[in-house]
Design a protein around this ligand. Structure first.
Ligand code: BG6
Length: 544
C-alpha cells in the first residue's frame, strides 16, 4: 500500500454559511467529522457519481467541518492524475461549476492508497492513517467504508476491515455496499453472513440509488402528506398499476458485468421492486428508518409467489437486436463489446405481480425495464377503474379513458392526473384532459443527484433510504422462480426486439390478456402556459 499525504488541515468549514446554501433545507444539519474510504474508488462509480456528488455537497457548504476522502484501489495511479480524472467527471456530472480555487481546496481532502484488497498490512496502515487524522483533528470522526468494487471483493474487504479492528465501533463506523448484492438468493445470503460477521446490521447501508432520487422520495410525500389520494389507493378504485423504467442507453462499456447479470438482476431485483414497495406500502406510523423499512418489506412478503413451472405466464424476457434510436443506427446486444455472440442474457424483463393483502388483492402490478428502448422514461401509472355505471350516451364517451395518475420519475419530473372533462360546445362530449405538476415550475432549486442525497444520509447515519437485509432477501425470493425458469430454459427467440422499439411482444401479451395495456410515456408540459394544452397520449386499453 502506498499512502499519500492528506491535507493536515482537512477542515472544510468552521461555521455553516447558511446564506450560501442552495435552499436544500434538509442538508442544513452539518454531519459529524467523517473519513470516507472508497474501495474501488478509481473506477467509474466514483468518477461519474460519488466525486461529483461530494463536490456539490462541498460547494453547498454541506460537508462536515473535518473531512477526508481516501481512495483505495489496486491501480498504479498517482494522486494528481486521479484528481485530474475526477475533475473531468465533476465537470460533466456535478451541478456546480468547477472553479480552480474550489477544486484545489476540495482536492486537498483526497488521498490515494494503492492497495491489494486482500493485503492484510494495507488495513493496518489504513487504520493508522485514520487514527492519525483523528489525532490531528483532535476529535472522533465517523469511518465510512464504501464498497464500490465488484461484489467478488466484498467478502475479503469486510473480513480484512474486521480483522484490523475497523468494524468494531458500532456508532463510529459504517459500511456502504453497492448493488448488485449477490447474484441470487444464495449468494446474497452469503454476502450478508459475511457483512454480519464483522458489522452490525445498523452499520450496514445497502444502496439502491433509486431511493435517493427526489421524485422517488416524493412518492411518500405525495401519498402520506395528502388526504386526497389515500382513500382511493386500493383495490376498490385501482384497476392496475404499471411501473416502467425504460432506457435508451445500451451497455455503456459494462458488457462483462451485464452478461452475468441481465435486466432482472440489474434493475428489477432492486430499483423496480423498491418502486413497487413505495406504491403498495401501508402508511408508516413515523419516518423512523425501521418503521418505513418494515412497511416496505411487508409488501415484498405479500407478493404472490410466481409458480416455478409456469413463470412464462407472469414474466417476459427480451434481448435487443440492431435497430435505430433517435435516427441513429445502434448494434444489437450480441454485437456489443464483452458480449458472447450467442448470449442468452436478457436486456428486457417484464413481470406481472400480485400483492396478496386486503388493500391490493387481485390488482395486477406490471413492471417492465429494458435497454435500448424507444424512449428514456421512468414512470409509474396508477390506472383507476371505470366508473361503475356509465350514464353518458355512447356518443359522449367515444374518447373516454379511465382516470390515471402518472408519477414521472425521469427524465421528466412531476406528476400528472388524467380525468374526464366536458368538451366546450352544445353537446355533452367527454374528453380526457390532464393536470400537471412539474418540478421545474414549482421549485426554483435544481433537483439534487441521488448520490448527493445518499452520501448525505450516509454521513448523518440515516438509513431510511437504504435497504435492510430482509428487504434484499425478500426481493431475491420473489425473483428466484423466474431466474431458475429462465436459466433452465434458454430463450430460443433472442434477439426478440429491435433496438428503438418498446420491447418484445410477450410483454404486451402479459397485460393484454387481462384487458390492460402499457401506457405511452406521458409528456409533462415544460411550463404553465403549455399546461393548458392537455396531453393525453395514452393508448386506450383494449376492452377497458
Ligand atoms: C443501475 C444499473 O443500477 O441503474 C444500470 O446497473 C442502469 O444498468 C442504471 O443503467 C439506471 O440508473 P438511472 O439513475 O440512470 O435511471
Amino acid at each position: 500500500m502506498k499512502p499519500v499525504k492528506i491535507n493536515a488541515k482537512a477542515q472544510i468549514r468552521k461555521e455553516l454559511p447558511i446564506g450560501t446554501l442552495t435552499g436544500l433545507s434538509s442538508y442544513r444539519r452539518p454531519p459529524e467529522p467523517a473519513m470516507l474510504v472508497i474501495f474501488g474508488g478509481a473506477g467509474d462509480l466514483a468518477w461519474r457519481k460519488l466525486v461529483p456528488a461530494l463536490f456539490d455537497l462541498f460547494k453547498d457548504g454541506c460537508l462536515p467541518d473535518y473531512f477526508a476522502v481516501i481512495i483505495v484501489d489496486a491501480l498504479p495511479l498517482n494522486e494528481t492524475g486521479l484528481l485530474e480524472r475526477f475533475r473531468g467527471g465533476a465537470r460533466r456530472f456535478a451541478q456546480h461549476q468547477i472553479r480552480e480555487k474550489d477544486w484545489k481546496e476540495f482536492g486537498s481532502h483526497f488521498s490515494y492508497f494503492r492497495a491489494d484488497f486482500a493485503d492484510k498490512s494495507a488495513y493496518t496502515q489504513l487504520k493508522r492513517l485514520l487514527a492519525g487524522l483523528e489525532q490531528e483533528w483532535e476529535r472522533k470522526a465517523v469511518e465510512l467504508f464504501y464498497l464500490a468494487t465488484p461484489p467478488r471483493f466484498f467478502a475479503v474487504i469486510v473480513d480484512m476491515l474486521g480483522r484490523a479492528g475497523l468494524a468494531r465501533e458500532r456508532n463510529q463506523s459504517r459500511i456502504l455496499v453497492e448493488k448488485p448484492i449477490g447474484h441470487d438468493l444464495k449468494s446474497m445470503l452469503e454476502i450478508n453472513r459475511t457483512l454480519l460477521s464483522r458489522f452490525n446490521e445498523r452499520q450496514i447501508f445497502r444502496i439502491d440509488h433509486y431511493l435517493g432520487k427526489e421524485t422517488v422520495r416524493n412518492i411518500l410525500a405525495f401519498r402520506f402528506a395528502n388526504v386526497l389520494f389515500e382513500p382511493v389507493w386500493d383495490r376498490r378504485y385501482v384497476d392496475y398499476v404499471t411501473i416502467t423504467v425504460a432506457e435508451q442507453v445500451g451497455l455503456e462499456r459494462r458488457g462483462s458485468y451485464y452478461e452475468g447479470a441481465g435486466a432482472l438482476r440489474d434493475m428489477v431485483q432492486n430499483h423496480l421492486l423498491q418502486l413497487l414497495c413505495l406504491i403498495a406500502m401501508e402508511p408508516p406510523v413515523s419516518f423512523e428508518a425501521d418503521e418505513v423499512r418494515n412497511k416496505k418489506v411487508d409488501v415484498l412478503h405479500a407478493v404472490r409467489r410466481i409458480p416455478a413451472d409456469a413463470a412464462w405466464e407472469f414474466a417476459a424476457r427480451g434481448q435487443y437486436g440492431p435497430g435505430t434510436i433517435d435516427g441513429k443506427k445502434v448494434p444489437g446486444y450480441r454485437q456489443e463489446p464483452g458480449v458472447a455472440a450467442d448470449s442468452n442474457t436478457e436486456t428486457f424483463a417484464a413481470l406481472e405481480l400480485f400483492v396478496d393483502n386486503w388493500r391490493w388483492q387481485d390488482v395486477p402490478f406490471y413492471l417492465r425495464t429494458g435497454k435500448r428502448l424507444a424512449q428514456q422514461v421512468s414512470e409509474i401509472v396508477i390506472h383507476f377503474r371505470q366508473v361503475p355505471h356509465q350514464s353518458f350516451p355512447p356518443e359522449a364517451v367515444v374518447n373516454w379513458l379511465p382516470a390515471a395518475l402518472i408519477l414521472c420519475i425521469q427524465p421528466q419530473e412531476g406528476i400528472s392526473l388524467r380525468f374526464q372533462a366536458k368538451k366546450p360546445g352544445a353537446e355533452m362530449i367527454l374528453e380526457p384532459v390532464s393536470m400537471h405538476f412539474n418540478y421545474g415550475d414549482a421549485f426554483s432549486e435544481p433537483l439534487p443527484d441521488a448520490y448527493k442525497t445518499l452520501l448525505w444520509d450516509l454521513m448523518t447515519g440515516d438509513a431510511t433510504t437504504f435497504m435492510r437485509a430482509d428487504q434484499v432477501e425478500a426481493a431475491w425470493s420473489i425473483l428466484t422462480p423466474v431466474l431458475e425458469y429462465w436459466q433452465s430454459r434458454p430463450a430460443t427467440d433472442f434477439p426478440n426486439y429491435a433496438a428503438g422499439s418498446m420491447g418484445p411482444e410477450h410483454a404486451e401479451v402479459l397485460l393484454a390478456r387481462g384487458g390492460c395495456a402499457w401506457p405511452s410515456p406521458t409528456l409533462l408540459p415544460a411550463n404553465q402556459s403549455d399546461a393548458a394544452v392537455a396531453d393525453c397520449r395514452f393508448e386506450p386499453a383494449a376492452g377497458k
